[in-house]
Design a protein around this ligand. Structure first.
Ligand SMILES: CC(C)(COP(=O)(O)OP(=O)(O)OC[C@H]1O[C@@H](n2cnc3c(N)ncnc32)[C@H](O)[C@@H]1OP(=O)(O)O)[C@@H](O)C(=O)NCCC(=O)NCCS
Length: 177
């Protein structure tokens, strides 16, 4: 359990599946993610069952007010020899977006990645139209290191995907407001 001022990162519980099913079947949320197929309870239950065996993926539930689930965040595809991992996040509860929780959750996740896992590099890909996420990552010290041209097709159009990253030494020098 990782505790911030307003946000807790906690292990995923099976009972969270109900909310994940709603959020991850909502195109307003999935336009920013890599999910496009309808997600069934059976698929989510399989995903939940697979968590315990995933040695290269670490996934947290994002909670506020101690127990209220609002989304999840993760470091995926960790390569332990290279000490790199890829971050992912969504705040599925739309009423709780834009309140600073995503930034705080990412800050906790980065602290875990660098200080606990001793990763050297965290990266992520973000769709070019996802201004809120880009702002959030920039505030946290991620820098753009490349643009994958027309790499994703969303809402009837091709969009670039921006590759961003931060290194452990840069994170250690980051002064958050
Ligand atoms: C991206 C996401 C994690 C950000 O978390 P959040 O809690 O909603 O955002 P925050 O409140 O922490 O705000 C981040 C920054 O973006 C700014 N912001 C908010 N809405 C914005 C918008 N529409 N355009 C540009 N910036 C915006 C905020 O003002 C804030 O900057 P500030 O603190 O300097 O004011 C969250 O909105 C989300 O999960 N979105 C849907 C899924 C998604 O996009 N996941 C990321 C995939 S790469």
């Amino acid at each position: 359990m990782l505790k911030g001022k307003n946000v807790i990162l906690a292990p995923i519980k099976k009972e969270y599946i109900d909310k994940f099913l709603v959020w991850l079947n909502d195109p307003e949320i999935t336009q920013y993610l890599t999910i496009y197929r309808p997600l069934t309870r059976e698929m989510e239950e399989d995903w939940y069952a697979s968590l315990k065996d995933r040695e290269s993926d670490i996934i947290f539930a994002i909670l506020i007010d101690q127990t209220k689930l609002i989304g999840n965040c993760s470091i995926m595809n960790i390569i332990w020899t290279d000490r790199v991992g890829t971050c992912g996040i969504f705040i599925g509860d739309k009423n709780e977006q834009g309140k600073g929780y995503g930034t705080e959750a990412m800050k906790l996740l980065m602290g875990y990645g660098f200080n606990t896992l001793n990763l050297n590099r965290l990266d992520l890909k973000v769709n070019d139209f996802n201004s809120r996420a880009i702002k959030c990552y920039q505030k946290l010290g991620f820098v753009e290191e490349g643009r994958m041209r027309e790499a994703t097709f969303v809402n009837g159009k091709y969009h670039d995907q921006i590759l961003m990253s931060i290194l452990q030494k840069e994170w250690k020098n980051t002064k958050y407001e």
